[in-house]
Design a protein around this ligand. Sequence first.
Ligand code: PLP
Ligand code: TYF
Length: 394
Amino acid sequence: MFDKLTKQPVDKIMELMQLYREDSRDGKIDLGVGVYKNAEGVTPVMRAVKEAERQLLESQETKAYVSLVGDVAFHDAMIDLVLDGAVPRENVAAAATPGGTGAVRQAFELIRMANPDARIFTSLPTWPNHLSILDYLKIERVGYRYFDEDTRAVDFDGMMADLDGLRAGDVVLLHGCCHNPTGANLNLTEWQRVIDLLNAKGAIPMIDLAYQGFGDGLDDDAAATRLVAKSCPEVLIAASCSKNFGVYRERTGILMGISADASKTKLVQDNLSFLNRQNYSFPPDHGARVVTMILTDPTLRKMWVDELEETRLGMLRLREQMAEELQKLTGSNRFGFIAQHRGMFSRLGLPSDVVEKLRKENGIYMVGDSRINVAGLNAKTVPILAKAIADSGV
Ligand code: PLP
Ligand code: TYF
């Protein structure tokens, strides 16, 4: 049987992580995988997470199963964090999932179950796992223009022109904030125009929200998602707690299905429960429980909000420093977009031979499409990266 298997394509980001590990040079710089790192290069357990885990260790009396969709208290807390009352609670069905990826996967399966003819529109570019999961599930996908390679901002006219090809029942996958891999985002006026177009076409938005709190703040980063939630008759939201709670390996995420007609919520809820049962029965609980404790306890919540804000502002400062440094070295503002982008990532728009040269000659690791993880930088490495870019002659 096993000899019938064929080799699968590698995950380019994981491959880059491996190359970085194997590099023995001092001073190598990892700007690859999207994991937050502080100035010391450490991915810390957040203070509120440590404290919640300490409390949980003391208080938890059973590890018995919870429910097929996880704990309702987790749903309530996350619905509140993401939607903040944008729609009534009774209009939202939810299921805990193993990470944001689990939520994305379950959303795609739900779409396919509900409408096998639905096509899913994805931004050019998007997170590679979106595409690989869609292909694996044999769901038809259509790319829409998103990133303008010249301005390194959103090609909004191109995006709208491509979304004009939507048919009723198609789904449009949108990044709620902090677009991965580009760092370029829509403003709220543009979001409203996308919403109007989707509603006119009878298309359904699916929002992937993996970086709430990493861009402009917890509320600002959810503003587009909230606007979509209250403006469209049906909405899917896949939210991840991996980054903003730093609980990556605990696999904590949630899928929400919103219907303007609350009488449909029970049916959606029933199907989310069914899908969890088919794929893994009960979702992981530890991360979800810790997140719930943090969001519902004012002391823990404040501790978390404060640390998340430090994290966000740290990344913003690195962006500003990087843009300034490149301005000095190149005498132009053509890298000013780095300070405009938001979230962990920026796509720099460097040609692949330059990306390779930076890796081989300078020990600077970024993804092949020239995406950098801003959090991989610190005040000392910003000038090193800026000089290497300026010297590359781009
Ligand atoms: N969606 C996007 C766009 C991401 O960048 C990530 C990142 O890790 C995820 C979803 C899901 O992450 P996880 O499954 O680790 O929660
Ligand atoms: O884009 C990233 O770097 C993060 C982490 O298969 C990640 O989203 C990367 C690859 C992958 C899963 C997560």
